[in-house]
Ligand binder design. Structure first.
Ligand code: ATP
Ligand code: MG
Length: 449
């Protein structure tokens, strides 16, 4: 007598980590309405073409870096380092490691490590995941993705203008209009000495109004008073408005740099608003800082932020190297494109192959390979759990694929060496027959129709 096999335990499915999203094809229905993967690919293609036009080169750096890189690079009293980093100890060797919260520090680390600027300045870009332990909400996630663009070894305002205009080129290539969909905000943070004088005046001002500071501000008063200006507490706004302004502490050189950037943007016909409150979240910035903001996304309205960081190379142990860059939040940008209902390219195949009989498979595959070799995007109906399915079911799939044509490999047509091409989107267009043997000869009818 054989014992009954043990019952299989029911396994409960696992969910993704909170604040970390799957990016999925449009065919997968999802509750969160996040942009589908076709939009991501289109964005990446557009980025590649724009970067090539400006001479920026691609690089990739690790997702994991030594924790010290961010503590030294971003500054100890920034939001990111204080409370947003995923940091841990490597169990094997005790190393302090962190999932990168931003891209610039890792890129600068890599440039120093490889002595990469030995041969002259570099223009670089990368795309990838960043990690911040924030409260997840629309446009704010714990794993999110950035396009990061950096110009390294350039000191002048020319490259500041270039990188801002590159962002505008990207908006235009994606169908976004500057001024209407995204706006540029600009400021100058001057140099360290100027900021120190401003900081002293700021501390004196806030000390004189100590009773009106909230807990956050009181904590930052001596560690990082500049960040008090970034306060989102409405009760602090009047106090912040009246605080000494950095622009009044800038010297002639800083003012000239700022004026040159502005003149270049003016000449390029790019409107911007000078926002003296724009300080940015990282300590490493100096001179030019900017953000591209939108009014169409609610609270998470900054799609792109950046600035000059001439001191960061030295801060990380490298030679003095002027640099500027920006980070763009891809989720926010794609949500914006979606919210505006901008036209995005169609990801559907040009044709869908309907296969009534599995015996036809070898001939079907040969014909489809010939079409693909001739540049046609054609999707084959393949058997599911229950086989190929009825013709009706196959045509339903063909329709859902978005294809303009169904290629029907019916038995009658096949015996004559033919395939039927049935238009799916144009009710007036007639079905035509084409010879299987030389698919490349009529491939253009599917591509260009
Ligand atoms: P915010 O003020 O919204 O927190 P930030 O100043 O921290 O932004 P940066 O460090 O400048 O952001 O990053 C550049 C861009 O990356 C932002 O403008 C935004 O578009 C995007 N971004 C930043 N944090 C997140 C996040 N948690 N989720 C999604 N996108 C983000
Ligand atoms: Mg932030």
């Amino acid at each position: 007598m054989s014992a009954a096999p043990p019952a299989k335990p029911t396994l409960s499915p696992l969910a993704a980590v909170k604040g970390m999203n799957d990016i999925l094809p449009a065919a997968v229905p999802r509750k969160d309405k996040l942009p589908d993967s076709a939009l991501w690919l289109w964005f990446e293609d557009t980025v590649r073409s724009v970067m090539a036009r400006y001479g920026y080169q691609y690089l990739l750096t690790p997702l994991v870096e030594p924790t010290a890189l961010f503590v030294r690079g971003l500054g100890e009293v920034t939001d990111i380092v204080e409370k947003e980093m995923y940091s841990w100890r490597d169990e094997m060797n005790g190393d302090a490691l962190t999932l990168r919260p931003e891209a610039t520090a890792g890129i600068v680390r890599a440039m120093i490590e490889h002595n990469a600027l030995y041969g002259g300045p570099l223009r670089l870009w990368t795309i990838g995941a960043m990690f911040r332990h924030e409260r997840p909400q629309k446009g704010r996630y714990r794993q999110f993705h950035q396009l990061d663009v950096e110009a390294l070894g350039f000191a002048g305002p020319d490259v500041d203008a270039e990188i801002i205009l590159l962002a505008r080129r990207l908006w235009r290539s994606l169908g976004l209009r500057e001024g209407e969909h995204v706006r540029l905000e600009l400021n100058s943070l001057g140099q360290a000495g100027e900021r120190a004088a401003h900081r002293a005046a700021l501390v004196a001002y806030f000390e004189a109004h100590a009773g009106r500071l909230d807990d956050d501000a009181r904590r930052r008063l001596h560690s990082n008073p500049l960040r008090i200006l970034d306060s989102k507490n409405p009760a602090m706004q009047a106090l912040v408005e009246g605080a000494p302004k950095l622009i009044d502490f800038l010297g002639a050189q800083s003012l000239a740099h700022f004026a040159a950037v502005r003149a270049a943007l003016d000449a390029a016909g790019l409107a911007y608003r000078v926002n003296p409150r724009l300080v940015r979240g990282m300590d490493y910035y100096n001179l030019t800082v900017f953000e591209w903001v939108t009014d169409h996304l609610g609270a998470q309205g900054t799609v792109c932020g950046g600035g000059r960081y001439d001191g960061l190379f030295e801060q990380l142990g490298g030679k003095p190297t002027p640099a500027i860059g920006f980070g763009l939040g891809i989720e926010r940008l794609l949500l914006l494109i979606q919210a505006l209902g901008l036209p995005v390219p169609d990801a559907a195949p040009q044709a869908y192959a309907v296969v009534p009989d599995a015996a036809a498979l070898p001939r079907v595959l040969v014909a489809l390979e010939a079409l693909r070799g001739a540049g046609v995007a054609v999707q084959m109906h393949a058997a599911g759990k229950d086989g190929l399915g009825s013709m009706k079911a196959q045509f339903r799939r063909a329709d859902a694929s978005g294809a303009r044509f169904a290629l029907v490999f019916g038995a009658d047509e096949l015996t004559q060496g033919l395939v039927a091409i049935k238009p799916l989107r144009d009710a007036d267009a007639a079905q035509v027959l084409r010879p299987l043997a030389d698919a490349a000869a009529w491939a253009h009818e599917l591509r260009t129709a």
